[in-house]
Unconditional design. Structure first.
Length: 299
């Protein structure tokens, strides 16, 4: 009995020590994330502006937003851009990781080239791409014109949104690549050798061995990119500021204009919470699949 009591006391002490070590991080999350989020939630139910007192308006801000056609246009634009970014980026990340795994020389140089976009400020990167693709003097625009394609993203909303998505892919490809490449090199080589001995061709080995083992990392990359992509702002703001006629506006730009151009803080706060809910809904499908493929099986 004494031994059992000692084990119980040791277990309680270990749990207390673990909770104590985690306490600073938990406190930081509460101060930095939870309290501001609750404040923004409360603000979304009020009407407020510079120099004006708060007045509680209930669900009026949400109703006004949902009745605004510009909001729905910004939501559709966000979904278009995010889906292009997520799936193109993850697909490229898988391809680049597979190619990188097969490289035998110059791996350090290639790794530096792949990770280079993460070393550049988003503002600098977007401005550089804007200069290269300037409709009148851009070098890439002139190159495309040489091949018969006239790029005019400044007046064509579809081209502007595609350009925003491609810049987003270029900027954040290193993140998805690192997640997927780390999972790729963790796959035991014996599995590939067994598949080869069984007569599997390279494509079959990828489909039945590599891809299933990569799928948890791919799903995690998709979840993170959905959440981060839903907040896309810099690329749109520096390229078009939502124009022409707010046709390329995304939800983050819609929020920014409500807050700092029209001084409607309650509307902006409500937009922020709608963005959070939208990102969580889009990511929940993949979270469910991760749970089904991993945690539930372990339980």
């Amino acid at each position: 009995m004494n031994d059992v009591g000692s084990v119980d006391r040791y277990g309680r002490s270990a749990r207390f020590a673990g909770a104590l070590m985690l306490a600073p991080m938990q406190l930081q999350l509460i101060v930095v994330l939870a309290i501001p989020s609750l404040y923004v939630l409360w603000l979304s139910f009020t009407q407020s502006s510079y120099g004006a007192d708060y007045s509680f308006v209930g669900w009026a801000n949400y109703a006004a937003i949902l009745a605004d056609p510009i909001f729905w246009r910004s939501l559709i634009n966000t979904l278009i851009v995010v889906n292009i970014v997520v799936y193109v980026e993850v697909g490229l990340s898988v391809g680049v990781a597979l190619l990188f795994q097969g490289v035998r020389s110059g791996r350090a140089v290639l790794m530096a080239a792949i990770l280079a976009p993460y070393a550049i400020s988003e503002v600098v990167a977007v401005l550089a791409w804007r200069f290269l693709l300037e409709p009148d003097i851009g070098m890439l625009t002139a190159l495309l014109s040489h091949f018969g394609y006239v790029l005019n993203w400044a007046t064509n909303p579809n081209e502007a949104l595609i350009l925003v998505a491609l810049i987003g892919v270029w900027l954040h490809l290193p993140f998805s690549f690192l997640l997927i490449y780390a999972a790729l090199i963790a796959i035991p080589g014996e599995l590939h050798e067994a598949a080869h001995i069984d007569g599997a061709r390279p494509w079959q080995g990828f489909r039945y061995v590599t891809l299933p083992l990569l799928m948890p990392a791919i799903l995690i990359a998709i979840i993170f990119r959905y959440i981060f992509g839903f907040r896309i702002f810099t690329e749109v703001w520096l390229l078009t500021q939502g124009g022409p006629a707010r046709s390329t506006e995304v939800m983050a730009v819609y929020l920014y204009k409500n807050a700092f151009r029209y001084n409607e803080f309650g509307m902006a706060a409500a937009t922020g919470w709608l963005m959070v809910l939208g990102a969580l809904l889009m990511a929940s499908f993949y979270v469910y699949h991760i749970y089904r493929s991993g945690f539930r099986n372990e339980a």
